[in-house]
Each structure stands twice: as structure tokens, then as C-alpha cells.
Ligand binder design. Structure first.
Ligand code: SF4
Length: 230
């Protein structure tokens, strides 16, 4: 149930919002990225993000949204009949109640994934959640926000994602993988920045270097283009 009365709530209402989250959209689509790619999935997009990546395709989620009870979110997710749920943003971890939502969704029996920028602490995320953690490259203009402390928390259940904006970004990412020993921690995804790097060029660079990373394209953009709610 949407409660718009909380839309403009100030800090004095914080206590009332303990079991609520500000949600930009909830929709049903195919998972376009990472390990669960291709599965029918319900996406819960949380409002807000403290980063400003130059290639961001969800700027519409920076501010717009309504407050939902956690119960209402879980109920709405269930109404689509999908096994997979992806909690995304924005930066979902920017709202502390996101941790409670993730646990509630796991308890309800869903296969839950979390898409996060890599700038915030992932330590409190329920261990049943598959975490897809970005490593921001220089081309994103947010590389200074990478939270290196997160790397030691990653398991084989998680994935690291690099969005590559140029050949320089690719070379930087290769060096970063080595420097932090990331390939041994979890699966690593390299994705071309939409409209900035031709997908075939990135594929060729990976093959030429015999780099042990997983190339991926955003399936939803191939199917539907760059549109919200897909
Ligand atoms: S972290 Fe994600 S939502 Fe935030 S600005 Fe970067 S791409 Fe956009």
C-alpha cells in the first residue's frame, strides 16, 4: 500500500518510518544482468543515490518515490508470481531499512539479489542475498567512492561488476583486479558502457588478454532499449 502522506515527511517523522522504504518503482521484467540473467524477476527500485556516475540510466530514481510499508512491498512482489527479486536503485543501501527488506524477502522464499554501487558497507546484508557490487572505474567519475573494505566480505555467492567506458577504463580495471586479487574472491563481470564502448571491442580486448572475466550485455536494453520500468 502506498502512503503518500509520508512523501514529504521530515526528520521528526523518522520514528514513524521505521518499517518503511521510499520506493521509486516495482515492476516485473527479465533480469538483464549478472548471474540470474534471463529469469523473470520483480525489481524493487529504491529512491535515492549519493553517487552521480556520468553514465547513470536511472537518474529518475534520485528523488521521486513514495513511502511503502515493508509488508506492502513483500505483498506486491509476491503478486507477480516470480521466484527472483532484485532490489536495486538508485543506491538501495542508502536507506537503512533496505537490510530489513532483503531479509524479509529471503524469509518469504524468494531468490534475492541486490545491486549496489560498491560505495556503501555491504556487511549487514543477509547472507542469503546474492550481491552484485559495482567497482566504479575512472570513466564513471566516481572511482574515489569504491569501498575497498567490501572486497574481503565477498563470497562465491556474489559478483563484482565493472562498467567499462573506454580502453583506458579497461586497462585500469585489469590492473585493479590484479592489485586487489579480486578474481579469486567471486565472479567478475565486465560490461561495456551503453553507447560508449562497442560491445565487440570489449569482447576482443578480453579475449586478446586471456582475461578470466565474464563479458555481459544488458539484456533488457537489447530487448527494449533504454526505457524505465524494463
Ligand atoms: S551508483 Fe548507480 S544509481 Fe547511483 S549514480 Fe551511479 S549508476 Fe546511477
Amino acid at each position: 500500500m502506498i502512503d503518500s502522506s509520508f512523501k514529504d515527511a521530515g526528520p521528526e517523522d523518522a520514528g514513524l518510518k521505521r518499517e518503511r522504504l521510499r520506493i521509486n518503482e516495482i515492476f516485473h521484467s527479465l533480469q538483464g544482468e549478472a548471474d540470474a540473467v534471463g529469469y523473470p524477476t520483480v525489481f524493487v527500485r529504491l529512491t535515492g543515490c549519493p553517487l552521480r556516475c556520468q553514465y547513470c540510466d536511472t537518474e529518475y530514481a534520485f528523488h521521486a518515490g513514495d513511502w511503502y510499508d515493508l509488508d506492502a512491498i513483500v505483498e506486491q512482489v509476491g503478486s507477480f508470481g516470480a521466484r527472483h527479486v532484485c532490489v536495486t536503485g538508485g543506491e538501495p543501501l542508502a536507506q537503512p531499512n533496505c537490510l530489513k527488506l532483503l531479509t524479509r524477502l529471503c524469509d518469504a522464499g524468494f531468490e534475492v539479489s541486490l545491486e549496489t554501487s560498491g560505495a556503501l558497507d555491504i556487511a549487514g546484508v543477509d547472507a542469503r542475498v546474492s550481491r552484485v557490487v559495482d567497482v566504479k572505474t575512472p570513466g564513471s567519475r566516481e572511482a574515489a567512492r569504491n569501498r575497498i573494505e567490501n572486497f574481503s566480505l565477498l563470497t562465491q555467492h556474489d559478483q563484482l561488476k565493472f562498467v567499462i567506458c573506454s580502453r583506458e577504463d579497461y586497462d585500469w580495471s585489469k590492473a585493479y583486479l590484479r592489485e586487489h586479487g579480486l578474481s579469486a574472491r567471486c565472479e567478475v563481470l565486465f560490461s561495456p558502457s551503453y553507447t560508449q564502448v562497442p560491445p565487440a571491442a570489449l569482447a576482443e580486448w578480453i579475449l586478446a588478454d586471456r582475461l578470466q572475466v565474464r563479458f555481459q550485455l544488458q539484456l533488457h536494453k537489447i530487448l527494449w532499449g533504454d526505457v524505465p520500468g524494463k
